[in-house]
Design a protein around this ligand. Sequence first.
Ligand code: FES
Ligand code: FES
Length: 183
Amino acid sequence: MDEADAEIIGLTINGRPLSLRVQASRSLLDVLRNDLGLKASRYGCGAGLCGACMVLLEGHAVPACDTPMWATAGKQVVTVEGLGDEDDPHPVQRAFIDEQAAQCGYCTSGMMIAAVALLRRCPHPTEAEIRAGLERNLCRCGTHPRVTRAVARAAQATQTPQADADCAGKNVDRPADAAGGGA
Ligand code: FES
Ligand code: FES
């Protein structure tokens, strides 16, 4: 890293407030994986197109590879490590296990993050809404049918009321686009 370009960026990752000295143009994915050791978010395309790197930023699914650090300042980031753990899995993690919704697993973290974002907006999605919600998540192993079943199972398990649902909304944001710049 060129120390001259580094700045302090404050953000919260998986509930932990952090002040990181980083170049603001570095991607969130690079910092998560290489500085913080949070390796569940995967590097696939590096261009915001495959969904392998998805994380929640302020509760919205975003591709971390396409999210510059400057766009995370003061924000809440949740990676799949922050959803739950072996002893207390998130309902989406539990449902992915129950439906055996992974093969090689490379896409799975991103799929789970997209599913969590979808179920927050739309607690009881139809199959078509699940497919639309996960359309930005690619899987080379062809697990989509099992993933769709897992998301439906998680929706059933959480029993959140459907009031105020936004089932037709966009499920994935691109912070760099929204802020008019980026790395
Ligand atoms: S690595 Fe493909 S969307 Fe980020
Ligand atoms: S399980 Fe292999 S890429 Fe999805």
